[in-house]
Design a protein around this ligand. Structure first.
Ligand SMILES: C[S@@+](CC[C@H](N)C(=O)[O-])C[C@H]1O[C@@H](n2cnc3c(N)ncnc32)[C@H](O)[C@@H]1O
Length: 238
């Protein structure tokens, strides 16, 4: 996967990115993921958000009293994050090489970025290194199943057709099952590793269908998780 291509794409869409997740259905969709991630973290404390984008989760976390640092490969996205959260620190960098000292953070979060990583194992090893003992990590990303495995193909096709949409392109994204991610977390040293499939109401649905899907979301997540398209995986450093 080309990091340069992912970076160039997000630089290009940085100014319009929030039209997707910071209005109407997109906001509700993102808030749902944010609250699932928050539930799996230690009570506030010092947090690092990997692939932080425009700082949506950092804003949420800061409003709840936490202090957060964002890291993202795209200077354009980081620039938007700095505008959104002027009191938080943002760095440009890649999530698999972390420029922080050992045991510096209470929490690590990552939303909708894990699928882009060339070396997710290195990201998890680095995360383990910089977490304090007892620190928590929670990663939420699109998950592999027979429904979602078509998405990279559609995105590749979208690029060929010249669709200039957020996230659409031939990025060689890799979607994992919850089990695969759990194994990666355990290999990195994390304990109490858990995964849960989540999200049924996709923000691209018509308002009527979105409302309906939202009503059934928690039922689907609990009883028919195969129909949920994201996965949230968490673990703890002992
Ligand atoms: C779909 S956006 C998600 C942004 C944000 N987490 C959110 O929830 O809105 C994916 C983000 O991952 C970032 N990204 C992709 N590869 C990365 C890497 N190797 N290291 C850090 N950030 C990366 C992109 O620049 C982009 O901002």
């Amino acid at each position: 996967m080309s990091r340069a291509k992912v970076q160039a794409h997000y630089d290009e869409v940085a100014e319009v990115y929030d039209q997707r997740y910071d209005f109407r259905q997109g906001r509700l969709y993102h808030q749902h993921l944010s609250s699932l991630v928050l539930d799996r973290l230690r009570d506030r404390g010092f947090l690092l958000d990997l692939g932080c984008g425009t700082g949506l989760f950092i804003e949420h976390y800061s409003k709840l009293g936490g202090v957060a640092v964002g890291l993202d490969i795209s200077p354009g996205m980081v620039g938007m994050g700095r505008l959104r959260c002027p009191d938080s620190e943002f760095l440009v960098g890649t999530a698999d090489v972390l420029p922080f000292e050992d045991e510096s953070f209470d929490n690590i979060a990552s939303l909708l970025a894990f699928t882009y990583l060339n070396d997710p194992e290195a990201m998890l090893r680095e995360s383990y290194r910089i977490l304090k003992p007892g620190g928590q990590i929670a990663v939420c990303a699109l998950s592999w199943n027979t429904l979602t495995c078509m998405v990279p193909l559609l995105y590749r096709l979208g690029e060929r057709l010249g669709l200039n949409k957020i996230g659409v392109g031939d990025f060689g994204e890799h979607y994992y099952t919850g089990k695969e991610m759990e194994e990666m977390f355990s290999q990195a040293g994390f304990v109490d590793v858990e995964s849960a499939r989540c999200s049924f109401a996709h923000y691209t649905l018509s308002p009527r269908l979105f409302g309906l899907a939202q009503r059934f979301e928690s039922f689907i997540e609990a009883h028919i998780p195969y129909l949920a398209f994201n996965v949230c995986v968490s673990g703890k450093k002992e």
